[in-house]
Design a protein around this ligand. Structure first.
Ligand code: PLP
Ligand code: TYF
Length: 399
């Protein structure tokens, strides 16, 4: 039956892990996928997550289905984490929320909902560059995907003028995707002042915003600070939607914990929108998995555990910052004359190195150092043990 099925290309990011695994060199370095590693290079289960799991185990809960929109205790707390407990929109019962299969699933529900119900043009504008999966998710949802300028290669920083110009030039009522914090892959975010300008232009053009928040807490180590853009836009009265992932900030990757939410006009509107979200979710997967959502809810609902979690997120963010400094320092000590200041000025899990695809290929074939061909490095894959060899390898291909 499948003789006409062509061989498809591997995922640009997840495919790297495959190549890395097949490499026999014992000092190989994987800087591909954005998954946190401890300083021994090992996956890290947060102690607060372990504690939450133990508590859940002791409660001997049943395994009944969640409702279509998931575990209510989880979605309520997830919304508070994103919008803040004192959010007017929450207090006025104007936030519709559903649990999702992590951030990707949230983007997909959002894409489907907008493709079906958004009353204006079905085009979503994403930054150049953006997370490798955005295009496919939104196209498969039935949206057309276009882009706005975001990153300036020559300055290795935000092209704020280009960004504002392109957003302004998009037809009125366009859908604009914004990374809420810790932009993937560039690690370059607008400043708070720049966010206010983006909000102004978006408002002027009556655009609709889709926030993708996959790294709350990871950018600065402070969950409130990282929610600045989202909360500011809500305060400014924008109607918007949000995709939330707990993969990174709680290290719950494979548990697939996330949510999709919409800030709407009224509690009455919320009822109608909620009913349509259920109609979208039902034929896709019926209802979401419960375990990870219970873990997140346990952490978010218990003051003491919540505080511990914040310390642990900050710990992850801080280790990443430390590795940025070490990498830059090692490159300088090796005598590299390039300007590597962006390594430490960029934030979040990724560093957009400015390495060319050819240099990335050489790093892979000659040095067993793996990263995506756009030169993105998952800083979480750097450790105090491999940073020297990494710097030597990068120096060797850039001198
Ligand atoms: N959006 C962005 C910008 C991401 O970097 C990621 C990856 O973590 C996701 C969404 C979705 O990831 P997940 O489906 O694992 O939550
Ligand atoms: O950008 C990353 O590396 C993370 C992890 O299909 C990821 O967002 C990568 C690819 C993918 C799903 C998650």
């Amino acid at each position: 039956a499948w003789s006409k099925v062509p061989l498809g290309p591997p995922d640009a990011i997840l495919g790297i892990t495959e190549a890395y695994k097949a490499d026999k060199f014992d000092e190989k370095i994987n800087l591909g996928v954005g998954a946190y590693r401890d300083d021994a290079g090992k996956p890290y289960v947060l102690p607060s997550v372990k504690e939450a799991e133990l508590r859940l185990l002791n409660q001997i809960l049943d395994k009944e289905y969640a409702g279509i929109t998931g575990v209510p205790a989880f979605t309520k707390l997830a919304a508070q984490l994103a919008y803040s407990p004192s959010s007017k929109a929450l207090q006025e019962d104007r936030v519709v929320i559903t649990q999702s299969i992590s951030g990707t699933g949230a983007l997909r529900i959002g894409g489907e909902f907008l493709a079906k119900w958004y009353p204006y043009g079905k085009t979503i504008y994403v930054p150049t560059p953006t997370w490798a999966n955005h295009g496919a998710v939104f196209r498969d949802s039935g949206l057309e995907v276009k882009s706005y300028r975001y990153y300036d290669k020559s300055t290795i920083s935000l092209d704020i003028d280009g960004m504002l110009e392109d957003i302004e030039a998009a037809p009125e009522n366009s859908i604009i995707l914004l990374h809420a914090c810790a932009h993937n892959p560039t690690g370059v975010d607008p400043t708070q002042e720049q966010w206010r300008k983006v909000s102004e232009i978006v408002k002027k053009r009556d655009h609709f915003v889709f926030f993708d928040m996959a790294y709350q807490g990871f950018a600065s180590g402070d969950a409130d600070k990282d929610a600045y853009a989202l909360r500011y836009f809500v305060e400014q009265g924008h109607q918007l939607v949000l995709s939330q992932s707990f993969a990174k900030n709680m290290g719950l990757y494979g548990e697939r914990v996330g949510s999709f939410s919409l800030v709407v006009d009224s509690a009455e509107e919320k009822k109608r929108v909620d009913s349509q979200l259920k109609i979208i979710v039902r034929p896709m997967y019926s209802n979401p998995p419960i375990h990870g959502a219970r873990i997140a809810a346990e952490i978010l609902s218990d003051q003491e555990l919540y505080k511990r979690w914040l310390v642990e997120v900050k710990g992850m963010a801080d280790r990443i910052i430390k590795m940025r400094h070490l990498l830059k320092q090692n490159l300088e000590e090796l005598g590299s004359t390039r300007d590597w200041s962006h390594i430490t000025s960029q934030i979040g899990m990724f560093c957009y190195t400015g390495l060319t695809p050819e240099q990335v290929d050489t790093l892979r074939t000659d040095y067993s150092v793996y990263m995506t061909r756009d030169g993105r490095v998952s800083v979480a894959g750097i450790t105090s043990k491999n940073v020297k060899r990494l710097a030597e390898s990068i120096h060797a291909v850039t001198k």
